[in-house]
Design a protein around this ligand. Structure first.
Ligand code: ARG
Length: 657
């Protein structure tokens, strides 16, 4: 149990004897921001004072008087307007730490109420280039799954592969018209992705050409509007001038946007028209966009030939993605892609209509939702089902199969609206008891401030990204090893192994350490740095604990049997001890709002406390044997906590680096 939970339990008893309704008050007990005021602080006397019409300081005193914490803490102190400051007793801290030393799970007991979670993450569209956003989903989803599982929850991970969409129509069309069989025999996925890209480019070419007149119309309109507003800039009326000035600036930036769009469109068109082979293909396939939709529709309708092609292509595409998962050590409990739900879609739409949850509009079946202009469309006019239809069928399947308490969707923020609507529709359908959560995340940006793109923008590109991280890590590992006072310690094979672990960890950690809802800038150099909030720093701290044991030839088994020797005397020991004890709280925070960054921040603080301790408190050369043992115990617990914490993030450690 975490210290915070225990303190809240004690406060709950004390508060209960003062007021009937203690809700919301216990959340106001938190770790202290400033160590000078103690270890924990309770701020509940202020709202309570208001509620009871008494001075908060008196209320604080009344709470303190009823609070039974004498075994854990020194006498509570009341400060300022009515803060209750608590300082844990050193002996209590030491005894708690000793218990953790002897516990495999570091004192983290499984949740009292185990829940069932289905986590939908990674979920790339196969046959289509996977992008960095899919890495982000993969890494965050995996970390949440590991953490929830460690906390004793039943956790089912499901990779909802996009294996049934238009991209297959494109590949099938490409196969039928542009295939190179020899190339396919040699490197099937490369050939399939060539076909995908080619067809995509041609479809895009025609769609862009169709859109250009609209952009041009918009350009003319905006130019005219701008001219009108510019004319008003010389008006005599001051407020009119001011308004015009604002409008001019707005219109100028809008105009620039239109110009950019148009320029981008023209570049796309040029790319095809200026390349004779492409131009010729485009001319030969004027109806390609419609034809692709037809190939997709034929696949969905069970057309023999298309289905056979799909069965041939799918496993190959999956293999390609699997290579990334293997490198990142990602496994799923199941991978029910969109195709798995195909047979259920008609039934879902039927039920929505029968129960009056969906209405026909312009030939399409639509679920109208409060607060949204556009409905959730579940069947198009031409009879095709949509992404949302599959998602509804998926919810039904998951609920029937696992009866989950929660379904988490780790998907980038651009799909927010889809999920808000989907969840609203699902709730109307009868899924009120399931917590449906979109675990949204921001965009990965390049150092140029634009969404990050790998050079070739496909899976090969993603592998190249991992390779690059490993090669950067290799540089850091070599430099660190070369700079060791006693000379290098690692063979080249060891350096390469360490670089492999460190490089992959860097990519994951850089994703996890960000507040997931913000965009972040992808920087190889920052993510492999030995200093700062990086996996490398955490791994380095872990390796440091292991090198102490190696140097001191410490037998860990017997060390742990002497756990009761753990004592906290120097301030750096106490700070480290307190941090170690807060691991349980960090895990609670990480799952409370599904934010792995809570865990990375904790680990960073822990590693910093350890570094402080390491510099101030000699371990192997401690003046007394008992002190040496006590400090070794702190090193052991630190190493294990870092290793466990990183493991929950899907990150490995090495003993030497
Ligand atoms: N395949 C989708 C994409 O790549 C993500 C799917 C997310 N999961 C879901 N159940 N909708 O954008």
């Amino acid at each position: 149990m975490s210290t915070l939970t225990e303190l809240r339990r004690r406060f709950s008893a004390a508060l209960g004897s003062l007021v009937d309704d203690t809700s919301g008050l216990l959340d106001l007990i938190r770790p202290a921001q400033d160590a000078r005021f103690g270890d924990y602080q309770a701020n509940c006397a202020m709202p309570l004072g208001k509620r009871m019409g008494q001075s908060p300081r008196d209320v604080a005193a009344a709470i303190a008087e009823r609070l039974d914490v004498h075994d854990m803490c020194h006498a509570p102190e009341i400060a300022g307007p009515g803060f209750i400051n608590l300082r844990l007793k050193d002996e209590w801290l030491a005894a708690e730490l000793a218990r953790r030393v002897q516990d495999e799970r570091l004192g983290i007991s499984p949740a009292a109420r185990a829940r069932t979670y289905v986590i939908d993450y990674s979920s790339p569209n196969v046959a289509k280039p996977m992008h960095v956003g899919h890495i982000r989903s993969t890494v965050i989803g995996d970390a949440l799954a590991r953490t929830l599982r460690f906390l004793g929850h039943r956790t089912i991970t499901d990779n909802h592969l996009g294996d049934w969409g238009t991209q297959f129509g494109m590949i099938i069309y490409g196969w039928k018209h542009f295939r190179d069989e020899a190339a396919f025999r040699q490197q099937p996925v490369t050939e399939l992705s060539r076909l995908y890209k080619l067809v995509h480019q041609l479809v895009d070419y025609y769609e862009t050409r169709r859109a250009v007149p609209d952009w041009e119309r918009q350009l003319t309109e905006r130019e005219a509007a701008l001219a009108d507003q510019r004319a008003l800039l010389s008006a005599t009326d001051k407020s009119l001038r001011k308004k015009a000035d604002k409008a001019v600036r707005r219109l100028e930036s809008q105009l620039q946007e239109t110009r950019d769009e148009l320029a981008a469109a023209q570049r796309k068109i040029q790319a095809v028209e200026a390349t004779p082979v492409l131009a010729q293909l485009a001319a030969q396939h004027p109806g390609i966009a419609e034809a692709v939709l037809q190939e997709t529709a034929r696949l969905h309708a069970g057309d023999r030939e298309n289905l056979a092609l799909w069965h041939e292509f799918l496993p190959r595409c999956r293999q390609d993605i699997q290579r990334i998962y293997d490198r990142l050590d990602i496994r799923f409990d199941c991978e029910y892609g969109e195709s798995f739900y195909h047979d259920q879609l008609a039934g879902v739409v039927e039920e929505f209509r029968r129960r009056g949850l969906a209405q026909d509009s312009d030939g399409a079946s639509c679920v109208f939702l409060d607060g949204f202009d556009a409905p959730l469309i579940i069947r198009k006019r031409d009879g095709a089902f949509l992404y949302a239809t599959t998602d509804l069928a998926t919810i039904e399947y998951r609920v029937k199969t696992w009866n989950p308490d929660a379904i988490l969707y780790v998907v980038d923020h651009r799909q927010s609206e889809h999920f808000v609507k989907l969840f609203a529709a699902a709730r109307r359908w009868g899924c009120e008891h399931v917590e449906l959560q979109h675990i949204s995340f921001g965009t990965v940006m390049g150092e140029d401030g634009k969404p990050y793109k790998t050079r070739s923008g496909d899976t090969v590109g993603l592998e190249g990204l991992l390779d690059e991280a490993v090669s950067k890590a290799y540089g850091v590992v070599c430099a660190n090893d070369d700079a060791k006072p006693g000379g290098p310690e690692l063979s080249d094979a060891e350096r390469r192994h360490v670089a492999h672990v460190v490089g992959h960890a860097a990519i994951k950690y850089a994703d996890l350490a960000q507040n997931r809802t913000s965009d972040y800038v992808f920087s190889f150099d920052k993510m492999v740095a030995l200093e700062g909030n990086t996996a490398t720093y955490m791994q380095y701290s872990y390796a440091r604990t292991q090198s102490i044991f190696a140097k001191g030839q410490v037998d860990l088994e017997s060390l742990r049997r002497a756990a009761d020797r753990l004592a906290l005397e120097a301030p750096a020991e106490r700070t480290l001890g307190l941090k170690l004890l807060q691991f349980a709280e960090a895990l609670q925070d990480a799952v409370a709002d599904y934010r792995p960054s809570q865990l990375t921040s904790y680990l960073f603080d822990l590693a910093k406390s350890f570094s402080e301790f390491y510099h101030q408190c000699p371990v192997l050369t401690a003046e007394k044997e008992t002190l040496r043992t006590s400090r070794l115990l702190l090193c052991d617990l630190t190493g294990r906590t870092i290793r466990q914490g990183l493991d929950l993030l899907g990150i490995h450690v090495v003993d030497k680096m």
